[in-house]
Ligand binder design. Structure first.
Ligand code: PLP
Length: 395
């Protein structure tokens, strides 16, 4: 708050404090020096996290690793795809996703994304026959039509990996996002719902995929025995797969575990904030927030909206600047220099395809962080700043 009692726009990059309960466990780990997940014979914090996370999601297996990108990479390796296999991804995602595919010696194939940030099902269906796997990024927590995707992929016998990095707590037709495809991958990087600085986890019901992923994550010798819920399918893979050493360490698990009981509250608050802000922005006639799909219950910690009507690039940039002057940081995905979510910046792919629908969307789609801890008065200030900036940019 300013001295005159006025509410200022919040810093949306500030994190929520880590629950107090983490301290005792971190102290214990620091005094014992027991930081490696495989030192203890059982009940290491990482193994407990896996058990708790699998139960939370309703999955048979969970494997905690160093990042969601590592989880995506291991998912592809666990599927044992041939070198160069084509993997479909929505063209609206974070650069780390096509990077994980390149890392796994596969070829990312970009699929068009519509104005509502979801994958274009026509383009998806057209590109599916040449694909060996599908990696669906629920980008910014926007869920693509998982019923249609699973129907098409199942009919073609093509496995689906869910990149649920930003979708922890999202529900689709009563099912947890991340448990619909063969594998689901989540992130604990600081800008996600659960913050460990870095970290990731994958969930699956498939014992072979789980076994392969566990070994390749770095469960050397007989360390797979320290993973909860695993049977002897592991013996078969021992020493027959490379060890990529993408393990999580105990300190990360100690930071994550006390946040698991906070998820439900963060999801409820995030959804309340998002929907409140969406109604204000939609009322402006200048900014429009695409609706959730009917089966989708979202868990947002950011808001995306489109500049509605005909805006020039100059007006869109003026909007970005005017919002900044009013204290709200907003990015037009396609207009911020070098944005890692704009597919034409993924030069590591060599040639990037021409995807006019996705490009048009990215040139007018805006991104604002909206952490769950924000209050309604803070949201009012932010919405007024955004709407004021839009009016001035259009004037
Ligand atoms: C954050 C994010 C990732 C990468 O997660 P890391 O844990 O940082 O590797 C991948 N996909 C999406 C959609 C993300 O939001």
């Amino acid at each position: 708050m300013a001295p005159d009692g006025q509410i200022l726009p919040p810093n949306t990059y500030d994190a929520e404090p880590i629950p107090e309960a983490a301290r005792a466990e971190i102290d214990r780990l620091l005094s014992s020096g027991d930081l490696f997940r495989y030192t203890a014979a059982k009940d290491a914090p990482v193994a407990l996290l896996e058990e708790e996370f699998a139960a939370l999601l309703g999955s048979r297996y969970a494997l905690a690793v160093s990042s969601c990108s590592a989880a995506l990479f291991l998912s592809l390796k666990a599927l044992d795809l041939p070198r160069g296999a084509r993997v479909l991804i929505p063209a609206f995602t974070f650069a780390a996703v096509p990077s994980a595919i390149v890392h796994a010696d596969c070829t990312p194939v970009l699929v068009e994304v519509g104005e509502n940030y979801r994958i274009d099902l026509e383009d998806f269906a057209a590109k599916l026959p040449d694909a060996s796997a599908v990696m669906i990024s629920h980008m910014r927590g926007h869920t693509s039509d998982m019923d249609r995707i699973m129907e098409l992929a199942d009919a073609a016998g093509i496995p689906v990996i869910e990149d649920a990095a930003h979708s922890l707590g999202t529900v689709w037709g009563g099912r947890n996002i991340g448990t619909i495809g063969k594998v689901g991958c989540f992130s604990f990087q600081s800008y996600k719902l659960v913050n460990a600085g870095e970290g990731g986890i994958l969930v699956t019901d498939d014992p072979e995929i789980a076994a392969r992923a566990v070994i390749m994550s770095g469960a050397y010798e007989e360390n797979w025995k320290k993973h909860p819920g695993f049977q002897n399918s592991f013996c078969h893979w021992q020493n027959r797969l490379p060890l990529y050493n993408l393990r999580m360490q105990n300190l990360s698990a100690a930071v994550i575990r006390p946040q698991l009981p906070e998820i439900a509250r963060r999801v409820a608050d995030g959804r309340r904030n998002h929907d409140y802000m969406a109604s204000l922005l939609n009322g402006s006639g200048l900014l429009s927030v695409p609706a959730a799909l009917p089966p989708e219950e979202r868990a947002p910690d950011s808001i995306q909206f489109n500049l509605s009507g005909d805006w020039t690039d100059a007006q869109a940039l003026a909007f970005q600047r005017a919002a900044k002057q009013r204290g709200v940081s907003v990015q037009v995905f396609g207009l911020s220099e070098g944005n890692a979510r704009a597919f034409w910046n993924w030069q590591f792919l060599g040639q990037t395809p021409d995807l006019p629908r996705t490009r048009a969307m990215l040139m007018r789609a805006c991104d604002v962080r909206l952490p769950a801890r924000l209050t309604i008065p803070e949201l009012d200030v932010m919405a007024n700043a955004l709407i004021g900036a839009a009016r001035s940019a259009r004037a």
